[in-house]
Design a binder for this molecule. Structure first.
Ligand code: FES
Ligand SMILES: [Fe+2]
Length: 435
């Protein structure tokens, strides 16, 4: 496997080209105000400027003015378009040049355009399409998008590492009983976390699917029963991790590369999905370390200035060694902070040649292989990217459940998700682990 193919997402890279074929969540709708300040947007290694016109339309333009490349970040948002402050050329949300005031005589027809990407606004997010098609594909049909809006939470969080480290963390359920739940006596909490901690060793069932990959991690649950944690990877950067009971909470999490070394999480979920809760109410106090109240640094206008956790690598995630000894396993407070700490600590782009993979990494390896092969197939044969034109394949559910050991894992899943869910996994040979 070529690790550069897996991790590089800028223009002209195989993975970058694959991801550009899908709609990409770019911003939360609330981040752009009509007639408000233009915003620096770093997306798939490109420097873009996002703004909202007076009529509410969103523009996402290359930051370089097509005249002589001054940054449109300094532009004046003038109700129907963004005007470059260098020579006053003005561009609408589609990139059309409306005026060139430094040209005499004024042109009757202006050919030049700013490079602009199409946008749509849905589910509290602004999405953009950076691919080659004249007509972009449909949006993925995640169950959470059909939920009543007042049941759904949307939030963002930036990680200072490559997108794939984040995706791998979501699929690797073997860390749940250690990083998040291990260590503390009397730690058994809600939602199966006691089983995670009691049986940290995990076995997996893994299948390739039309949308990506489906993984079921399983552990003993006492008697003739197994405790399953079902998770999905969905092209090109979506995950559904399993912290809630299977089929009860809908979630879609996009790990959108800002560039090769920074990732923005867009988390959309029903409001009782545990990770959407920025409060402690769901978890009993005897779960040390597992708060969901995150402190964010104030957003800035920097390319990487949005949605940064205040507890971060510059303060060692405020690790408390006394708590690590006697309280939580990690000594780091907050489930997402714990994930950030380990994922960022691997390095901005982990050197996968240094790893020693074991059977517990099989889902991680399978996702890598699937992504890698799809990027190569798209580059070399223009093979249709998984799920791109089949939004219904995204009707998937994650979660955990205890079931009789003799029941096939795909049956356990199908029996416990809503009937309109996409349940057919195209079973393919299990992954080998190793580089
Ligand atoms: S560089 Fe923008 S108008 Fe000249
Ligand atoms: Fe985690």
């Amino acid at each position: 496997m070529d690790h550069d193919v897996l991790t590089r997402v800028g223009p002209g890279t195989p993975m970058g080209a694959l991801m550009r074929e899908y709609w990409v969540p770019a911003l939360m709708s609330a981040e752009l105000v009509a007639d408000g300040t233009p915003l620096r947007l770093r997306l798939l290694g490109e420097n873009l400027i996002a703004f909202r016109t007076g009529s509410g339309k969103v523009g996402v333009l290359d930051q370089r003015c097509p005249h002589r490349c001054a940054s449109l970040f300094y532009g004046r948002n003038e109700h129907d378009g963004l005007r470059c402050v260098y020579h006053g050329w003005k561009f609408d949300a589609d990139g059309r040049c409306l005026e060139q005031p430094n040209v005499d005589p004024p042109p009757t027809r202006i050919e030049v355009r700013a490079k602009a990407y199409p946008t749509v606004e849905r589910f509290g997010l602004i999405w953009t399409y950076m691919g080659k098609r004249d007509r972009p594909p449909p949006l993925p049909d995640f169950p959470v998008f059909s939920m009543p809006p007042d049941r759904v939470s949307v939030w963002c969080e930036q990680r200072e590492c490559n997108y794939l480290q984040c995706i791998e963390g979501e699929l690797d359920t073997s860390h749940a009983g250690l990083l998040h739940h291990g260590g503390a006596p009397g730690r058994a909490g809600p939602q199966g976390s006691g089983l995670d901690a009691d049986y940290p060793a995990v076995k997996y069932k893994v299948a390739n699917t039309d949308y990506g990959m489906f993984a079921g991690g399983y552990r003993p649950a006492g008697g003739d029963r197994l405790y399953w944690r079902f998770a999905h990877f969905l092209f090109p950067f979506w995950t559904q991790p399993p912290p809630c009971a299977l089929g009860t909470e809908a979630v879609a999490r996009a790990w959108v590369p800002m560039d090769d070394t920074h990732t923005m999480l867009f988390a959309i979920s029903t409001d009782t999905f545990v990770m959407a809760h920025h409060r402690n109410a769901l978890l009993p106090p005897e779960q040390p370390g597992l708060s969901f109240m995150y402190e964010f640094l104030p957003n800035t206008s920097d390319w990487h200035g949005r949605w940064r956790l205040a507890t971060n690598q510059r303060n060692d995630y405020r690790i408390d060694r006394a708590v690590q000894r006697d309280g939580s396993f990690s000594g780091i407070e907050g489930l997402d902070v714990q994930d950030s700490a380990v994922q960022e600590s691997m390095g901005a782009i982990v050197d996968r040649g240094f790893e020693h993979l074991v059977a517990a990494d099989v889902a991680v390896v399978q996702a890598r292989r699937r992504l890698h092969d799809a990027a190569i197939e798209w580059r070399d044969r223009q093979a249709p990217p998984p799920g791109l034109d089949r939004p219904e394949t995204y009707r998937t559910w994650s979660g955990h459940i205890v079931a009789p050991a003799q029941t096939d894992w795909l049956e356990v899943y199908a029996d416990n998700v809503p009937k309109d869910a996409m349940t057919k996994a195209r079973a393919e040979p299990a992954a080998r682990y190793g580089n």
